[in-house]
Design a protein around this ligand. Sequence first.
Ligand SMILES: [Mg+2]
Length: 123
Amino acid sequence: MTARRVLIADDNLQIRMLVKAALRSLDCEIAEAVDGEQALEAAVTDPPDLLLLDVTMPKLDGFEVLAFLRKRPETASLKVVMLTTAGQKTDLQRGVELGCDDYVVKPFEPRALRETVERVLDS
Ligand SMILES: [Mg+2]
């Protein structure tokens, strides 16, 4: 069985490192994107099994990326978990409306993130 592939899109290096550390035991292949444009390009050209998508990023925000992915038949059902910031309830709502599969609120517990990613990957 080939390793499952997760794309982490977050402009914050520290968050990307925390996510990688949290997912280490899942033995996934991990790719990174540092802004919305990179995230979209990577998701379209080489769709991962799951995209962890930050909301606030340069160039394109996470909502724009998600909306674009959902409109294309090839990526319409790509599994997307949004990384939202605590207290931004409207963010959360918008992500759900646009069709994210789940969300994780930052700052996150490594274990909670891992469980969410596992659950969505297995869904
Ligand atoms: Mg950000």
